[in-house]
Every structure is written in structure tokens, then in C-alpha cells.
Design a protein around this ligand. Structure first.
Ligand code: SF4
Ligand code: SF4
Length: 307
């Protein structure tokens, strides 16, 4: 049984590694979804829940950059339909959930307006809590970068019945802590809207470049389990090539897979967008760091220029 499971896990890992990461390296959406998932792990750990007693996350999304990420291989998004569907489909799913399942819904800022009726239903529904994530990149990237209808989330979210929180998507550890607390509040039937501000690293990258700001890069120390393993593979290739076929392809890909970042998967600082999520990623070997200005400090160009 164990060997079947091991084979299954290995196959999944290999698929994950070989399949190209679909979002841009520094995409803020992927960083928020790591925090959403990590939050539920921490929530279960805090309550000392194991096995069947654990709370399970159900993540229901619109279609868009923020939600196509990891639909299959990374097991982030459980259900995805079209723009404007996330909140209302999530409301429906809640009706058939067990009390050990927590539903998080998500859309981009462009589709916020398509989701208003679903968001309103979620706010009025007294039976369940609601956590609605908005990936705010200030345009509709999926269909070519059109400017969406202007939304004042603080006013509109509040009017719809939500408490509105704004987060920096790249502060992944802070956000995981936040989501862990929000799951507790969800179970008390509270309604919270989380607006992740500045998730498009391509747009922000152009802005900072235009302002003459040079963003920093991630660094991996020699303690990195994967780098050590890579050296061992090289040695084996030289000295004992016959043993190479029995070695797995990698030792640790936690940061690259977790943050879904090409720069980390390829260990290539030139592919790093300087998002800064690496500063807060809990590397098991303490090997990951970041040097220089990053979007985790601020997603605002003017503020970054003063750092
Ligand atoms: S999580 Fe840490 S040990 Fe694992 S690959 Fe990333 S830097 Fe290396
Ligand atoms: S800071 Fe880390 S997560 Fe962000 S783009 Fe660079 S390597 Fe990727």
C-alpha cells in the first residue's frame, strides 16, 4: 500500500516539475493562494486536528490569471467556471458542504462587478460565513488588459455586508497567519473580503523600471537541500553513473512549487521579478533570502522610490 502511495506521490511531483508553471514568476496571485492553503494547514495545526477531523478548504474561482493558477497540477482551485461565477457557485457549494469544509471564493478586480449578486447572496446568507478574495491588478489581463469599472472596495464591500481587508500579496507568511485567523471567523459566520493589492508583477515591473528603481533578487545559500543534492548528482554522474538512474530528479522543490516560481524552480536569479515573497517563505533549511527592494515592501512605485 505504502509503495503504491509513494509511486503516486512521485508521479505527481514529476508532473508538477515537468509541467511549466503557468503564471509569471513573481505573480502575486500565486503567492496569495499559497497563503490561503498554508492558512488552513496552520488552522488545523493550531486546533491539533488530524486525519478526518481536519478542516478542508474548498476554493471556488472565476476564470482569470488569479485562478487559472494551479487548477490541476497544484491542487489549488477546486472549481472554476467563468468570470462572474465564483461567488455564486461558492454559495451553492456551501449548501452541500460538511461542517468541516470551508469555502473560499475568488475573482479578479475586473470580474468583481460580474460577481456582485453572488457576493450579495453570501453576505445575506445567515447560515454560513464568507471569505471572498479579490485579486486586484487594476485591469482585465485575461482579455487583453482592458480597464475595468472603477470599484471602491472599502465602500462597496462594506455596503454589501463585508468587512474589507487589504493585503500585500507578497507577504506570504503574514497572509498565511491572516487566513488562519479568518477561517476561525468564517466558522463564526462572519463575512470578510480580502483585497490583494497589486498582483500583476509585469505591470508593476514596468512602472518601477520607468522610475529607475532596481529591484532586488532572491538568494539561496549552500544550505539549500536541492543545491546540495544537485552537487551530489553531479558527483555521481562523474564517478558512479550507473547509480544515477535510481536517484530522484530533485530533493526539495518546496519554494518553487509552493510559490509557483520559474526563477526558483530553475534556480535562476535572472528570472526573479523581485516580488520578495522569498523573504517570508518558510524554507525548511533556512536557505532562502532576498536582497534589495521588493514588492513585499510596497507595491506602490512612489513608496518604493523612497526606500
Ligand atoms: S525550500 Fe529551501 S531547501 Fe527547499 S529548494 Fe527552496 S531554498 Fe532549497
Ligand atoms: S522573489 Fe522569489 S518568488 Fe518572487 S520572483 Fe523572485 S524568486 Fe520568485
Amino acid at each position: 500500500m505504502a509503495s503504491t502511495q509513494q509511486a503516486k506521490d512521485k508521479a505527481t511531483d514529476e508532473i508538477t516539475y515537468l509541467r511549466p508553471v503557468s503564471n509569471c514568476a513573481g505573480c502575486g496571485d500565486t503567492k496569495v493562494s499559497w497563503s490561503v492553503l498554508e492558512g488552513i494547514r496552520r488552522f488545523n495545526r493550531k486546533l491539533k486536528l488530524k486525519g478526518k477531523n481536519k478542516y478542508e478548504l474548498i476554493y471556488v474561482a472565476d476564470r482569470g490569471c488569479g485562478n487559472l493558477q494551479g487548477y490541476h497540477a497544484y491542487r489549488i482551485v477546486d472549481a472554476i467556471f467563468c468570470m462572474g461565477s465564483g461567488a455564486i457557485v461558492g454559495d451553492g457549494i456551501k449548501e452541500s458542504c460538511s461542517d468541516k469544509q470551508i469555502v473560499v471564493t475568488a475573482s479578479g478586480d475586473g470580474a468583481f462587478n460580474f460577481n456582485i449578486s453572488g457576493i450579495k447572496f453570501a453576505a445575506k446568507n445567515q447560515k454560513f460565513g464568507a471569505i471572498n478574495v479579490i485579486y486586484n491588478n487594476y485591469n482585465i489581463r485575461m482579455t487583453g488588459g482592458q480597464i475595468p469599472l472603477e470599484v471602491d472596495f472599502d465602500k462597496e464591500g462594506l455596503a454589501l455586508g463585508f468587512e474589507v481587508l487589504h493585503i500585500n500579496p507578497y507577504r506570504v507568511d503574514d497572509n498565511a497567519k491572516l487566513f488562519s485567523r479568518l477561517y476561525e471567523r468564517y466558522l463564526k459566520k462572519e463575512k470578510i473580503m480580502v483585497v490583494a493589492e497589486g498582483v500583476c508583477v509585469l505591470d508593476m515591473g514596468k512602472d518601477v523600471k520607468g522610475a529607475g528603481i532596481r529591484m532586488g533578487r532572491f538568494k539561496r545559500s549552500e544550505k539549500c537541500l536541492d543545491l546540495k543534492f544537485f552537487k551530489e548528482r553531479e558527483r555521481m554522474a562523474r564517478e558512479e553513473p550507473e547509480k544515477l538512474k535510481d536517484l530522484p530528479k530533485f530533493k526539495c522543490r518546496l519554494c518553487g512549487i509552493g510559490l509557483r516560481c520559474h526563477a526558483l524552480l530553475n534556480n535562476d536569479p535572472n528570472q526573479c521579478f523581485g516580488c520578495g515573497s522569498c523573504t517570508q517563505f518558510p524554507c525548511p533549511a533556512g536557505a532562502l533570502s532576498f536582497e534589495g527592494p521588493s514588492f513585499s515592501m510596497s507595491t506602490n512605485t512612489e513608496e518604493l522610490s523612497k526606500i
